[in-house]
Design a protein around this ligand. Structure first.
Ligand code: PMP
Length: 381
């Protein structure tokens, strides 16, 4: 059987067109983007183009783009940076379904007494009700962090409605949009989001690249994680990764140009995958509100079949259980538990995430493979 990759939410393959954009920088260019000679200026011009491309993807200003090593760093910069700069505001609100790179820095800050952390609960559908956030927010809150789309379920949050309420309290709204950008339209200015995190390797760009994009006012309310030469408005010192940034910019441009057609195509494939599995396998149910979800993601429970065993039996078809970062530990998915699923249900749930290069025949292969794997695992019980 051929290899099939249905784990785009963990990491998407590099688009050959991104590779093409990066190659001249990797092989033929020299110079530090901060240098004033012509070599440096050429690098800086390439970085500036990418800044515009990234800003366009999220509806931000080019001057508000802070390049980072990925969404993990962007999330840490937003939360730790806001907590350290906050004067008088000592509380932080974080949704119960955030990625570890938001949840853990928030907990780290709370454990050190730097903030008081309140967790915003989610509905059984996996999203934050604006009213649930509103009950917790107040003029002692520095920052609220609610993701745009969940990596495990694909469920979307009502970010604009949340933003209104956060701003009434004078707090900042940080939104980890890593899984949403490039798949659905996102406009931070229209939604009223102050700080947005995104990542290169989720949009068919290079790994180890990403950005925190902020409004002028929000960036002014952050302390840097890295101190040094004062790059990136003093918020992220370190000579720029020019090739990576150019790749990130190219990936952002492609994502903006193609997200609509790609999402429509991928949505049809995802729906076909789910429908076929429901037809062939008994005891399948979907986790998360399917009416508000990314078009590429399905999180399915196969009752009575351990997900880790199902995944192992599906090889060489790649899917995932929980988030990639918690794989390897025996903890059930914190996201699914926060939605009220039992441990048993969480341990029986598998995530399928499709993307730009997924084909119909790959989906058919995955359906066959998953159906056979579930049957095998159930027969062993
Ligand atoms: N946030 C979300 C929602 C993610 O899915 C991921 C990647 N699993 C990250 C942040 C971390 O991104 P990166 O790998 O760029 O650090």
């Amino acid at each position: 059987m051929n290899e099939v990759y249905l784990d785009y939410n963990a990491s998407a393959p590099l688009d050959p067109r991104v590779d093409e954009a990066m190659m001249p920088i990797l092989t033929g260019s020299v110079g530090n983007a901060s240098s004033v000679h012509r070599f440096g200026r050429r690098q800086a011009a390439a970085v500036d183009d990418a800044r515009g491309q990234v800003a366009a993807l999220v509806g931000g200003r080019a001057s508000g783009v802070v390049f980072t090593s990925g969404a993990t760093e962007a999330n840490n910069l937003a939360l730790r940076g806001a907590a350290e700069a906050a004067e008088g505001r000592r509380r932080m609100l974080v949704s119960a379904v955030e990625h570890a790179s938001v949840a853990r820095p928030a907990r780290w800050l709370a454990e050190r007494g730097l903030v008081k952390l309140d967790v915003i609960e989610v509905t059984s559908g996996g999203f934050v009700e604006p009213a649930a956030m509103e009950q917790l927010v107040g003029d002692d809150v520095a920052v609220v962090s609610v993701m745009a789309a969940n990596s495990e379920t694909g469920v979307l949050n009502p970010v604009a409605e949340i933003a209104e309420r956060v701003h009434s309290a004078g707090a900042l709204l940080h939104c980890d949009a890593t899984q949403l950008v490039g798949r659905l339209p996102f406009d931070m200015a229209a939604a009223g989001v102050d700080l947005v995190s995104m990542s290169g390797h989720k949009i068919c760009g290079p790994g180890g690249t990403g950005a925190l994009v902020g409004t002028r006012q929000a960036l002014g309310r952050l302390e840097p994680l890295l101190h040094g030469g004062g790059h990136e408005r003093g918020l992220r010192s370190g000579s720029l990764n020019v090739a990576g940034i150019v790749g990130l910019g190219a990936a952002a441009r492609l994502a903006l140009d193609e997200r609509e057609s790609e999402s429509a195509r991928v949505g049809v494939l995802r729906d076909r995958l789910v429908a076929e599995l429901e037809a062939r396998v008994e005891g399948v149910s979907q986790n998360g509100d399917t009416a508000r979800r990314l078009p590429n993601t399905a999180n399915l429970r196969f009752a009575g079949a351990d997900a880790e065993a199902v995944m192992a039996n599906m090889d060489p078809v790649a899917v995932s259980i929980g988030s990639a970062c918690s794989t390897g530990s025996i903890e059930p998915s914190a996201v699914l538990l926060a939605m009220g699923l039992s441990h048993e249900a969480a341990f029986e749930s598998v995530r399928f995430s499709l993307g730009r290069f997924t084909t119909a025949s790959e989906v058919d292969t995955a359906v066959q493979s998953a159906a056979a794997a579930v049957e095998r695992v159930r027969s062993l019980v």
